[in-house]
Write a protein that binds this ligand. Structure first.
Ligand SMILES: [Zn+2]
Length: 142
């Protein structure tokens, strides 16, 4: 099929070395990503709290009494929607926690697929990214 990105990279070894050295994350970068991740984590926590209130009302569904069928229908739709978002937020929270763990262990910013440095532009957009774009696409079969 297609040549592996790793193979083409190996042929241009010295280039890649210079590339990864100039893009190396310094302690300042790492601190920035740490506070970014903590910020995202706080946001997720508050989102998850709100979504849980929506999906599992504390009033035990008293709100639904006296509502007509249409209201009940949209209630269950919005509940499903909340559960969907809740699952996604919880998954992201797990990713963020793991990224904070990688910051601790020193492997943050390394692609889990090819071990290359994940470009800053990607980490800025997605600080909990585990893989470079190439490996991510490969994993998703794009
Ligand atoms: Zn990779």
């Amino acid at each position: 099929m297609f040549p592996l990105p790793l193979a083409t990279g190996a042929a241009r070894g010295p280039d890649i070395l210079v590339f990864s050295m100039t893009r190396k994350l310094n302690p300042e970068d790492l601190n920035r990503y740490r506070s970014l991740l903590r910020h995202v984590r706080r946001e997720l926590f508050s989102d998850i709290g709100e979504l849980e209130d929506d999906a599992f009302p504390r009033d035990g569904g008293v709100r639904a009494t006296g509502d007509d069928a249409a209201d009940l229908g949209s209630d269950s739709y919005s509940k499903e929607f909340s559960l969907d978002l809740l699952a996604r937020d919880k998954a992201t929270l797990g990713e963020v926690d793991e990224a904070l763990g990688r910051l601790q262990s020193g492997s943050f910013g390394c692609c889990e697929g090819c071990q290359a440095r994940i470009p800053k532009v990607r980490l800025n957009a997605l600080p909990h990214a585990r893989k470079c774009i190439g490996c991510q696409r490969e994993a998703e079969g794009i």
